[in-house]
Structures are given as C-alpha cells and as structure tokens.
Design a protein around this ligand. Sequence first.
Ligand code: SF4
Length: 687
Amino acid sequence: MPSSRSLAEHVEAAFAPEGRLARGLSQSPSPFSPRAGQQAMAQAVAQAIDDAATLVVEAGTGVGKTFAYLVPALLSGRKVVISTATKALQDQLFERDLPQLLHLLGLPLRAARLKGRSSYLCLHRLAHIHQGRTPHDPQVLRHIAQVQQWALATTTGDMAALPGLPEALLPLVTSTRSNCLGRDCALWDACHVNRARAQALQADVCVVNHHLFFADQQLQEEGVAPLLPQAGVVVVDEAHQLNDTGVQFAGITLGTRQLLGFARDAMAVTTEHARGLHPWLDYLVALEHTVQQWCATAAAVPLGVRQSWLGSSPQGVDAALWPQQLHTVGRSLRLIWQALGSVQEAAPALAQLQARAAELLHTLALFARPAPLDSVRWLDRHARHLVLTQAPLTVAPLLHAILQASSTPQAWVFTSATLGDSEDLQWFTRTCGLTDARTLRVASPFDYPAQARLYVPPDAPPVQAQAAHSAFVARLAQEGAQQLGGRTLVLTTTLKALEAIGSHLQQQFGQTGGLFAAIDVLVQGQGSKHALLERFRQGTVQGRGCVLVASATFWEGVDIAGDALQLLIIDKLPFAPPDDPLVQARSRQLEALGLSAFNDYLLPEAAMALKQGVGRLIRSETDRGMVAIADTRLLEKTYGPRLLAALPPMRLVTAQSAWQEQLRQLHPSPPSHLLPSTVTPAQAGVQ
Ligand code: SF4
C-alpha cells in the first residue's frame, strides 16, 4: 500500500463504483454494487486498525460484512488472524472469499488455514496403532490400512481428506493435548500439527476457528509460539458464539471415555516399553471395572439432559455412593500412576502416560471438591458414558487475558449479524467484558416491509399444551406447503416438537404415495445436515416440492437464497430451558447483583435466538416470504413488543385471511396435484 494514501482512502477507493471490486466482479454472476452500510463498516474497521482499537459491529444480513472487514484488514499491511465459529465458514473464507479478494485487490499475501489438532493425522499414533489392545474388527482394520496408505501421500495430514472414516477410529489416529508426546516425539519434525502451525505463523493472513482462538494461549505451555499475539489485526466473525465456545473451552470436563481411552493407550505403551515389570493387565482391567461401576451409579439420570449438580453429587444420584465410587476410580488410577512412576525413565511414552495419569487424577480430585462460586457444574449421561463438566459463568476474564497478551498494538474486530437487541450491543459486550469497545450497528439493506410479512396466529394453542400446539404448527405448515408447493422451513425449539411435527407432515405428504405425494418432507436426524440442506435448496425437483423440519443447529448459519424458501415457521419463542444448570447459575448470579434474570438475561437471549432464526428467510434483495411464529405470547405478554422490536421491520399480520392472502401472493396458483379441495386437514389425519 503506497504510504501517500491513508488506509481509509485505500478502502474508499476499493469500494468505489469504479473501484477494484466493481471492476473485478463486473462479469461475475453476482456483480459488486456499492452499499452504504458495507462502506460504513469498512471505514469503521479501518479506523479501528489505525487506532489499534476494539470494535464491535453488528452487521445485518446482506450488508456484506466479510468484505467489509477483509478489505481494510488485508490493505493494512499487518498480519491478520480471522476466527470463525464453524469449520464450514472457516473453509468458505479460506477457499472462496479470501483468494477472491486477494486476487481482486492484487495482493500477493500468504494465506493459511489452521484447524485444531484433532483435525490432523498424528504420525506417532498411527505408527503405534497395532500395539496393545487395538480393534480387531475387519472393517476397522481396513480403514486403518486406508489411513496408512493415505499417510504416505498426504502433505497436510488434514483428516477432512478422508471423509467417512468410522468415528471410533479418529481418536486412534489423531492426537489430543494430553497424549501428544510434544518435543519428545521422534516424529516432531514431520508432524502435521506442527507443520500447520508453522505455516500459520509464517502466513500474512490466517483463518482459525473460535476453539483455536481460545486454545492459542495454551500453545506456549507446549513449547510452541502462539499466533494471536503476533497479529496486528484480529477479526472474530460469528462473534455471537464466542461466549458459548469460550465457556465450553474454559470448562473442565472429565469423561468416562477419557479414562477408558487412557486404559487402552496404557495397555499399548506398557506392552511395548514395560512388559512384565508390573501386572499392567490387572491394573488396567481394575480401572475399567471401577469406571463401569461408577457409570452405573448414575443409571437413573435421564439421557441427553444436563443434570444439575449443586451439592456433593449430581441431582438424582445417590449422594453417598457417588463420591465413594469417584474415590474408588481415583485409587485404581493412582496405583497405575505409581507403577508408571517406577518405569517412566525407560521411554518418553511412559513418562507422557504418567503425566496423563497425573492430569486425570488432578481432574478427579477437582470433581471430588465443591464447585467454586463463580462456576457451574453438571453431569451429562449418554447411553454408554458420563461426562462431568465444570464451567465458568462468563468468558470475560479469559478474553481479557487474550486481548492483553500482545506487547504490540493490535486492532480487534468482533462482528456478527446479531449481537444484541439494544443500540449499545450490551448483550454481547457485557457477557464478553468488552463494555469499553467501540460499537456500530449497520442495518440490513433489505426492504423488509416490502419483502416479508410476520404472521402470529392468535388462535394458536398455549405453548404449554405441547401436543395440541405441535399439531397446530403441523397444520399451519401443511397449509402453507400446499399453497406454496413446499418451500417451507419449520424450526422447532425442542426435539419432541420436531418429531411430532415431522411425523405429522410425513404422514400427510407421505413419501410412498399418499394423498400429497408431491412434497418431500425432510426431518432433521433423517440424513446429514449437509444432505438435507442440499435437497431443500434444490426446491422443486421433478415436480416434488420440499419441506424441512429442523431444530437446534438449523436456527443459524443456514443460507437459502431464492424461492426454495418462502415460508418460515417457528413453533415457539426460543427461551433457554429454565432447568438448564448453566442458565440457572447465570440467573442466580445476575439476581445476586440486583439485576433481573428475566429482563437482563433470558429475554435478550431469546431475542437473539429469535432474530437468528428469522434471519433464515430473507437472504437477498429479491427474496420474498413470510415468517409465522405460532406463539401468542408475542401478542399477549408485556415483553412481546421488545421481542418484536428485535426482529427485522416486517409488517405484522394476525388475521387468518391475511395469512392466506399472503400465501396466495407468494404463489398465486397452488400446484393442481396437491390437496383436493374436498379433503380437510382433519380428514387427512392431522388432528
Ligand atoms: S508431535 Fe504429537 S501430534 Fe505430532 S506426531 Fe508426535 S505425538 Fe503426534
């Protein structure tokens, strides 16, 4: 960048009507057109870079925030690190946006993508995979042979190149922080994890994910230079997920699988390096046995819910037996730790194993003590294993340490399409401890009053009447999908509602030739997320429309532009489950500070989630559609207006005739092969 022009001037020139972006994209299927909001954001980012300041930007859908932060960051001449919430966005940035922009701006910068260590092949673990008690299943052995073959050719060791490997195999051929030998590894120089990190350090621009963002600080302990302190500009995209990822990262977990994995690795290592020196098999079988007994004490805990843990044991678990079993596991593990201590000088792998045993003992001891006041603890019971978690209530202290780690000036940009329901973006800045940051809100350029309607059916049953409510939502979705020939996405707040609505619709539009056989009903869980979205995006295929019923991860990050999606139905307001231990602990903490758990936490959280969900509908200037939220609390409760105000400015309609009229406008004539007018929903089986 020539020094005679400021960064702001370079940015202005790039985004100008005749600038590099407009010229370079003039022949592209989506030509560049200058947008005031995008330019305002780009200038704010440029200013933050000049001032080495912290900036928080909420950029509504369609602003073009990726270019708005990439252009000034790349033109700044400083080392840039970009963090995204998901691997999908990480890949999109690295494979599409970044190379495109570097080309358009004529910048010969080195770019790198860094993933977590579990994404890379561990050469050491692969070399030792047939030692100890490794799988004998012929299919797994075939996959191991496949990995060994691929290992000879790969230059990156990125396991994404081998999709379809059984999940159980991945921990055997990748490393964790605790089982990596570090500098003692004979394969250190050839190690794919180390090579990827070295490339990231040398690159001018590096794309990471939020988990790595938080893990960066720990690299120093592993004898590796961290990445973030060397960056001049750090951009955190999808920043609304930063707190959750950080809390997860800073949380301490202990899984019974971790203990059993340790036993499995210990068998391999002691067989190779310390055979016959101790009765290893007896020790390790005893450890496995005590772990299984410990799991059995939690048999009454329901599957798939975070079980609150306020006292000495999780709720619903025998308060005397639980600590006793925990102690027994500790005794078994200690015996192995001591035995390893007497042989650990024989090989680095034994010393590493002993250190791992010590770490596990330390974590067990932590869970044997009461939880600290500023944290929350819970138990997750899965079909065959337990996971114990202790998490901090906020990511603020961790984030503060990361922001202060560099000795040179840095600019920090945090951005997302949804960061709050107030002008000062407090929902984000307060939870992340960034209340001193500059803030900017850039509205979406879409014409929501013209492009979308919001329908709240006043006759929806109360949400507490779950079965009747789900049947109502299913009926609404059926009516909409019939009129539109599919093009309907139903987002639910619970898996129970997902199943009820999904199965109602599948019965009605039966895939095996029912009355309404021209619509495919896709239900989350009945195919990969990628496959479901691919089919939904195709819209009508060979005369068959498409409805998708989904929950959880489909509420955000799903981008379906065009008329494949015209109707979005949300079953209920997405309030956090009040019995979740983390929600309860945060509520208690706020109330202790004199704040209202509902107004200052639960309501803004629900507003953010609702805004994310609604954001799936309109993805381009030409999209048209309708959102239906089947929750009358929006109309009846005093907090309704606050939630409505958080949404894009769509026109609200509540009359059934207006809903039907809107459906007709979206799709003037329903496909003739759909529901005959003489068949009512009740006749068709939807109650
Ligand atoms: S350094 Fe660690 S990750 Fe790399 S090959 Fe060795 S054990 Fe595996």
